[in-house]
Design a protein around this ligand. Sequence first.
Ligand code: SF4
Length: 482
Amino acid sequence: MARFLPPESFGAATEDLSLLPFNFERAGAKQYLVANLVGDFIRLTEDELTRLVDLRIRPGDGLYEKAYAAHLVSGVSQNAQRQLLAARLRSRMSFLQQMTPLHIFVVTLRCEHSCPYCQVSRQSTDRSRYDMSEETAMRALDIAFASPAARIKIEFQGGEPLLNFPLIRTIVTAAKARSGKQVDFVIASNLALLDDAVLSFCKANNILLSTSLDGPADLHNKNRPRPGANSHELAVAGIQRAKEVLGPDRVGALMTTTEASLNRVDDIIDEYLRLGLDGIFLRPLSPFGFAIKTKQFAKYDAKNWLAFYERGLRRVLKINRQGTPFREFYAALLLTRMLSDRPIGYVDLRSPAGAGLGALVYNYDGSVFASDEGRMLAETGDDAFRLGHVEHDSYNSLILSDKLIGAISSSLTQCAPECSTCVYESHCGADPVYHHATQGDALGIKPLSAFCARQKGIMGLLLDILENSPEDAAILRRWAAA
Ligand code: SF4
């Protein structure tokens, strides 16, 4: 009797292979981009894809090994591949274990700026009508503390939240006096009203500042008018002062792309570098509030924006190649999804959508919304994402409201037409508020969606750089690992 089995006994059986779930799309002549269940990408020729789908693959033919390594096939009776995919999927979706970690308090709708792209339809007068009351704030705090997340972030927004700074003080003090949760605080401010009292309160309470910076003075002031035409001067002074007092990593800035920004991406990035900021978030205009009324939103399309974004990303990569670490934050978020299984709870890049499950918004008048964009819609008369009111709702009644469940369940990318078969699905997000705002339907028709066009464009660009530009790919991989 032979002491060893013949060599063929050690090869995998081929007759009982089965396909694992994957999506694919044509990527050039007879080339396909294929993504497995958790979004690992692989490129196959048309012949390879056909052989794979027909299961005409054998050990040693190269494609068999490629398909196994990419988790595209498994033995019918083998559980290891499926268990591995399930574990990875569970890790990717584990943001769902931290329900509603973000709570946005709109402490006033008043603002001293008059930005034409403003998404919140700010008001300039009537403190009594547009400021949140202490009673409303305390009820909102009750709801925030009833959410399951062990660590929550309270973000103060407006209008300009520093116009109601006394209420911010009251809410921070009250939140810190409560037990049971770790609480982080952020004030989203244009910094025009930043003074030493605000800064010392922020320092004492470890509060982050987030501001708007659209680029150099001429561009920023054009986008963000205020009396005195000095928005840029005040924002820059505020950033520098906040960095000195709070620390270099305790203030961040966001930009919004207007039509006037489209040819200025180098200038915008240079301004962020000049101020010592560690990166930039290249953001398109959102279709809400005054951005719709003033038609700012319609002034450029997804194609214009993608060209702007690509120029910006390539410039940021060049800055890194020259030795200065500097990130483009949206790419960093997407790369974390594309190159790792770390959960990303970023509200616009997840399915189930972040509306309500990721964030609740307490408006100045006590209305509660599923997202910041939802309250922006309401300011222009559309209450589709108004979930209730702090006076007569609880956390549970808001989260289990038919409105929220309907919006989330009808927008899942995992089963939405177009998304469910999209090669980028694992890394994309359901954005029911955006699609409701632009198409009147939370699910949306994705081939007509600028959100979808931007997502496909950016992920395609990132893949191209990862595959074809080794030096830049190393930089992108570092962003994903950070
Ligand atoms: S929105 Fe577009 S890019 Fe995103 S999953 Fe759906 S079809 Fe794909």
